[in-house]
Design a binder for this molecule. Structure first.
Ligand SMILES: Cc1ncc(COP(=O)(O)O)c(C=O)c1O
Length: 474
């Protein structure tokens, strides 16, 4: 079969050089076979997909297995004990066990709560964590909005929110800031610390060693693993966060609408649900005006689970296991390093750099997410909307804006608290993105993000580099 690489000398030469520079890439050749078998739709339709941090891609074989299961199974609502219900429950429990196994989480230590996505997992923690006056919520600046939103629950109960800054250009946390922040835990009170295992803005991977360190200082730790787990192994036999949130579509594209809160049993017990719903109780009474909450994970799974889709998570995990997460990890590291080196070497004829990177320029403690802005020859930022429009013409799927990660965006783009407050004070009701932009003098309030994953190959990276070169000397 002919690949795009066969068609032109330029990428072929570049690929030869790439393979010389990254000999380990050869060990990931199975992924090229997979690109032809399971992901052939990408090349058949001419897509250059570079938004794996936005959403992973599913393999054809995952879908085939799921369709076969749906065709051959009679699914009943699992809140019953009839034969079709029992079959559904069996498939759900099998998937729960598989999730534990995939993350090497002991069933004695951890439970799986199925949710709609990572955001719902965060919300379950936020709304149920026993925040009160004197309690603390600590988080890094580069959290996703679904973590930032927890501060609203914590404030409603009179607790304190503290942000730990990240520092440009690498967008990491300074050791003394962390040290200082961890000391803020109030002894004997409830203290929750949340951070992303990998920032969906900068690709920074914060040290997982923070988990134990924070717990020793009296914090319960919520690890946002959504952007980390698609291309990195999270070993819950080695690391022991109290709560982990993730979405399965980010790992293997399908099904959407299923995520998980993975929680240590004592940490789950600590959460107090603010309501009850179908499926979360053992007994509830209207006249007695009382209810008994179910034990464990069931108390957090409101209503009926997405029971036809949950078994597709089992197939997705099988798929990742058959491919090998380590292979995917290795491949995206090679591509990320090549992209970083080549993008950062681009200069206008006057010597000015084309690419402004927000995040680490090397592979040390970083993932396969690269966020940047392009600068014209006068050093002015080329608006990310223009880049997105031109990328669209070439069928390149990338992400622009601030990716629901405003804290990292504000730091990266140098927006001050005063400027931001002024905008928020100018309208208490509502504000569109364009109004907000005008408010901060039309300055760029976003960036461009590319990310690689399971189906990425050299040609995807090469195409993006070539696309970027068109902005030289403009
Ligand atoms: C780091 C991180 N956390 C949380 C989320 C929220 O995930 P979801 O939209 O699937 O709830 C995302 C999504 O991009 C993310 O990248």
């Amino acid at each position: 079969m002919k690949t795009i690489l066969d068609q032109s000398a330029e990428p072929l030469e570049a690929f030869k050089e790439f393979r010389r520079a990254y000999p380990d890439y050869e060990n990931t050749h199975l992924l090229d076979e997979l690109r032809e078998s399971d992901f052939s739709r990408l090349d058949a339709q001419g897509h250059i997909y570079l938004d794996y941090t936005g959403g992973g891609l599913y393999g054809q074989s995952q879908i085939d297995r799921h369709m076969d299961l749906l065709r051959g199974t009679v699914f009943g609502n699992p809140h019953s004990t009839n034969p079709t219900s029992l079959r559904t429950s069996e498939l759900i429990e099998k998937t729960r066990d598989h999730v534990l196994d995939f993350f090497n989480a002991s069933p004695e230590e951890y439970g799986i709560v199925f949710t709609a996505n990572a955001s719902q997992a965060m919300k379950l923690v936020g709304e149920s964590y026993p925040f009160d006056v004197g309690d603390n919520f600590l988080l890094t600046f580069d959290n996703h909005n679904s973590v930032n939103g927890i501060r609203e629950f914590d404030r409603a109960h009179g607790s304190t929110t503290t942000y730990i800054p990240v520092v440009p250009p690498d967008m990491r946390v300074a050791e003394d800031s962390l040290e200082h922040a961890l000391k803020l835990a109030t002894t004997g009170e409830n203290n929750l610390f949340a951070f992303p295992a990998q920032s969906n803005f900068s690709g920074v991977q914060h040290p997982l060693g923070w988990i134990k360190r924070a717990q020793a200082c009296g914090w319960d730790v919520l690890l946002d693993a959504a952007a980390f787990v698609p291309t990195n192994r999270l070993d819950l036999g080695q690391w022991h966060p109290d709560y982990v949130a993730l979405s399965f579509y980010k790992m293997f594209g399908y099904p959407t609408g299923v995520g998980a809160l993975i929680a240590r049993w004592p940490a789950l017990k600590k959460l107090h649900r603010p309501w009850f719903a179908g499926g979360t109780i053992t007994v509830a009474s209207v006249q007695a005006d009382r209810y008994y909450l179910a034990e464990g994970a069931a108390a957090f799974e409101d209503g009926t689970l997405d029971y036809t889709n949950i078994p597709a998570v089992d197939f997705g995990l099988d798929f990742l296991e058959s491919v090998g997460l380590e292979q995917i990890h290795l491949r995206v590291r090679c591509l990320t390093d090549w992209l970083l080196q080549n993008l950062l070497s681009l200069r206008h004829r006057n010597g000015k750099q084309l690419v402004q990177l927000f995040g680490p320029s090397g592979l040390e403690s970083r993932g396969a997410t690269i966020t940047l802005n392009l600068k014209d020859r006068n050093g002015q930022t080329i608006d990310h909307d223009i880049i997105e429009r031109l990328a669209k013409e070439r069928k390149i799927s990338l992400r622009t804006g601030c990716f629901c990660n405003p804290g990292a965006g504000e730091v990266a783009l140098g927006l001050s608290k005063q400027e931001l407050l002024k905008c928020f004070q100018s309208s208490t009701q509502s504000m569109t993105y364009d109004d907000f932009r005008l408010c901060i003098d039309g300055r760029s309030v976003g960036a461009v993000r590319i990310s690689t994953g399971i189906a990425s190959n050299f040609m995807d990276a090469f195409s993006f580099l070539k696309f970027t070169k068109q902005f030289l000397d403009k």
